[in-house]
Design a protein around this ligand. Sequence first.
Ligand code: ADP
Length: 661
Amino acid sequence: MKNPFTLPRPVPESPWRWLVPVLLVLLFLLVLLWLPWQARQMESNERQEQLIADTLWVEQTLRFELARSEEALATLGADLAVKPPAPEVLQARLAQMFKNGHELRRVVWLDAAGRVQAIRGMELPAAGLTDSSREAGMLARTTRAGRYSEPYGATALLHGLIDFHLPLYHAGSYVGSLVATYNLQVLLDENVPWWFAQDNALSLLDRDDHIVATRAAGGPGRGIYTHKRALDLPGSQIVLATDSVKGAPKLVPNLLVGSVIVLALGLVLSLVALWRHIARTIAAENALRQQMAFRTAMEDSLLTGLRARDLEGRVTYVNPAFCRMVGLPAGELLGKKPPMPYWAPEAMAEYEQRFKKVLAGQATPQFETVFQRSDGARVPVLVFEAPLVDSHGRHTGWMSSILDITDRKRAEELNRQQQEKLETSARLATMGEISSMLAHELNQPLAAISSYTAGALNVLNRVNEGEGSAAAPALDITMLRRALEQANTQARRAGQVIRSVHEFVKKREPRRESVAMHQVVDGIRALVELQARQSYVTLQVEVPPDLPPVLADRVLLEQVLLNLTRNAIEAMQDIAPERRLLRIAARSSDGQVAVSVIDNGHGIPPEVAERLFSPFFSTKAEGMGMGLSICRTAIEFHGGTLTHADNPDGGTVFTFSLQKA
Ligand code: ADP
């Protein structure tokens, strides 16, 4: 299983990272700007093409109208050349022609000499036809084909007129000509459809680009979409010019350009925002990565094992120290549920019981247990359990820190053994000191026993000698019993002294039990009295029998009391014998039992008080300086305290306090 806390490796910072998106954005903007331009271009092309097509169509219409008129003239001309009809018939045919085309203003029939044979429509000016018209007539005769003159009309009245000369031949010789005059303005007005005139300004131009006729129903042209097309009239260079009233396309491009600008601005803004967001994300990621690196380094260098478990007890995380402790790689631990590979078989029940509590949501906050390393070795550990709470405050599992307490356990064991040895030696030393007194003390019961048994023997002898008297045996037997009883008592007393010495000296494991304080005092009373008597000290014991018991090792407490009383007796050596009073007082308060050993001795000066409990500190010539040190260790072993204070009556009070059982 992967460590859930690992981050992906950092992506190296590349200066080109932004190049591609920036280029793409620029390209996008370019395309956006190009598109409206292209649309405008296409639209104007379309309009232009439309205009050309329409102009062509108008030109065709005009040409068709003129061609129709030419044809009518040609028919009439053919008749006139062969056999001219009667004047009224001619006039009727001409009238019909005028009716068919309103642009026709005048028709003149000239004979071969140029004299007017017939005329209909406008009158001929006095000067006759214009020069350009006459010239066109000459050319028509030469080319034997109909021909138009240039438009003429310097005056407003004649403005926009054009002549068509049709030479007439009969049997190969020129017999005259027909001259038709058209008004180009009427031609435009009559033949160009209104919708075209509405959208376009039309004009007919002569060869010098002068306007000879114009029509602009929708107002003047804008000069943007224009087209010119020659009408292609033989002999004349009339040009049809169209000029659309429509301007260049505006709305769509403006809309497009506007939206492009807005889009582009939005794009740039969002790009900048994205840029800043990414920069912030990268900065946050870097900070996170640094923190992760720091945390990982910290976890890896920890000597304390760390282990995380989910609510089902599945291992989700272990640090290297934990792996070292149990001798297994992380891969073999992650995702595992109990029973765990590091559980020692002998403690299985204990683990399972504790695991049940974990599942019930009540992990033991601190406990000592044993793990089994993969090589089978047992590792004593101290485990601290705490709930694992995620960032939303949800309880997601348990976090344990595990201390390998092998060294501590070893040191404790060593310490205990040394302490035991020391205590035994101290006891032996104490015994050494009191052995002479012991000999003395034993001497007394032994002497008493000896004399009682001697007395008993005497009585027996007397009984043997005085057989026959009746009263004597009864008295002797009473005496004999008393002597033996006394001997027995003395022997028991001696035995008790020996036993208490033996009990005290023998090496043993400390054993805690419920002990009544008066029993402890009674146990050493004989020994204390022995020493007290030796030093002319009066012993006073004030231990109420109803004191609550304490949980302690009785022999250790006896040793403490013996040491304290011995020190007290020794402290009173130099004062007047009648003042030598040793008190052992016990009382109970605040759930504790306090025992004080009070003397009237020389007291403890401050410089001695400082080092009082240091091992091997003594003010006595033959002192070992271990007594108080051992006392304090023994009392602290029981969770109690040992203190000293000055006795207000002179001397010192040593007090030890222990918890009630
Ligand atoms: P030791 O008795 O072998 O000297 P202890 O550790 O029992 O060693 O005592 C250390 C010193 O403390 C003694 O030498 C003595 O000076 C002082 N001391 C102990 N108890 C008393 C007391 N009741 N009154 C005065 N001094 C004391």
